[in-house]
Design a protein around this ligand. Structure first.
Ligand code: NZQ
Ligand code: ZN
Length: 393
């Protein structure tokens, strides 16, 4: 266990009635608001009208940036930053899933500088984030945890790069979490979002070193929450209990708490970001395909007890079984959950992905780590290629 400092400054309003507080919260930051959203789901679910009404009631000036893409692109960040500068925007209101919130975070930063927005993600330049406009978010999809973390992931289609970066200035000031807003999320996106949350938990659970009991059991509890409620939310989209559990787990899986004592790199995320950078697939689906293969790749005498414990506590395996059998069954159970219960496709070719970019994707995945991702098991470029290959069948 490492020494740590934990601070999460995001104010959360949870529940349906809380949306009435949007205007009041926004007003604290000024008068001119830029509303950002995706491809139109917020209009289809009636949320756009509701939000506009609250902003108008608060007497604020409203500007809009629609059309933020899933796997949001640097072009949208540039467009948003330009609008902020043109209209002297005081506060950003992001309404949507992780893509909209991530994009809005980097708009908030890019609006305060003269350099190009992509410079923030250029490893050679890496300018500091010294200032950012305040962000209020209304979450409509339980997945990334962007509503309660300080990171955002942006794609550059010109270079096939997808890069994430954190800054304490990019935490939303306030996030609205209303589980009823996720009733319209499709079974497929619910499955992908749940796989994403589960992966965030795995990235902090499968670490080397002595885990802290309190954090370990908290992670296992959240994993069991996903295993229990994701299938219910897929079957019964308007089941409040299921949607509420997924939503709150999405925030707590990545808001800093469970990773504070670790200080170890994530493994599946750098590998997945390369897949969605090149093939524009849904992030959670890429993670689902990678996760069981990665765990299998990591299994050795040292990591086996941890994988076995995961099988016992999360999937209820019989603790009297031999450790190797427990670990192997745990990996099977994980695949069963992701592919049979959530119904996600289990191989890369099923998403039209072949081996042609494995080499360059693996090189990019390990680049920020100077050649080796220092995770549960250190991963070199060749290891990453091997894991991609394991996902072919
Ligand atoms: O664009 P619209 O029309 O809004 O439709 C979206 C989109 O097509 C739709 N959707 C969202 N809410 C809905 C809805 N459809 C019906 N009803 C609703 N209530 O769902 C689709 C996917 O939305 P998106 O925002 O792309 O999904 P997600 O929340 O999974 O975000 C994915 C992005 O976040 C990044 C991913 O890499 C990816 O780019 N991540 C961000 C992280 C962070 N900030 O900490 C961590 C994650 O690991 C992840 O990397
Ligand atoms: Zn993720």
């Amino acid at each position: 266990m490492h020494d740590f400092t934990f601070q999460n400054p995001v104010k959360i309003h949870f529940g349906h009635e809380k949306l009435a507080l949007i205007g009041e919260e926004l007003k604290k930051f000024g008068k001119r608001v830029l509303l950002t959203y995706g491809g139109g789901s917020i209009k289809r679910i009636g949320l756009y009208d509701r939000v506009v009404e609250e902003v108008k009631k608060a007497g604020m000036e409203l500007y809009e940036l629609p059309g933020i893409e899933p796997n949001p692109r640097i072009g949208s960040v540039r467009d948003g930053a330009r609008l902020c500068k043109e209209h002297n925007i005081d506060v950003l209101l992001a309404v949507g899933g992780g893509s909209t919130i991530d994009c809005t975070k980097w708009i908030a930063a890019a609006a305060c500088v003269d350099h190009d927005a992509w410079d923030f993600f250029d490893y050679e330049k890496w300018p500091p984030v010294n200032k950012a406009l305040p962000i209020v978010s209304v979450l409509t999809l339980s997945a990334t945890g962007s509503e309660m973390d300080s990171g955002g992931v942006i794609s550059n289609p010109e270079t096939n790069d997808k890069r994430g970066r954190l800054s304490p200035l990019l935490f939303p000031k306030v996030s609205f979490l209303d589980p009823t807003l996720t009733y319209t999320v499709s079974p497929y996106q619910t499955a992908c979002g749940s796989a994403d949350i589960f992966s965030h938990l795995m990235e902090e659970y499968f670490t080397t070193g002595e885990p802290m009991f309190m954090i370990d059991t908290f992670i296992e509890g959240m994993m069991r929450t996903i295993v229990r409620y994701a299938p219910i939310a897929m079957r019964e989209p308007d089941n409040y209990e299921a949607r509420a559990n997924l939503m709150w787990a999405s925030s707590w899986a990545i808001n800093g708490l469970i990773g504070a004592d670790k200080g170890q790199a994530w493994s599946c995320h750098p590998m997945e970001h390369e897949l969605s950078a090149v093939y524009d697939i849904t992030h959670g689906h890429g993670l689902a395909i990678l996760s069981p293969r990665w765990l299998e790749f990591c299994m050795d005498d040292e990591t086996m007890p941890r994988i076995a414990r995961f099988g016992i506590t999360v999937f209820g395996l019989d603790p009297t079984l031999p450790q190797r059998e427990l670990a192997l069954r745990a990996i099977d159970q994980l695949g069963h959950f992701l592919f049979d219960i959530l119904g996600l496709k289990r191989t890369l070719p099923e998403l039209d992905i072949d081996e042609s970019h494995f080499d360059s994707m693996a090189a990019k995945a390990v680049l920020p780590y100077k050649g080796t991702i220092p995770g549960f098991r250190p991963l070199t470029k060749d290891d990453v290629v091997s894991i991609y290959r394991m996902c072919m069948k």
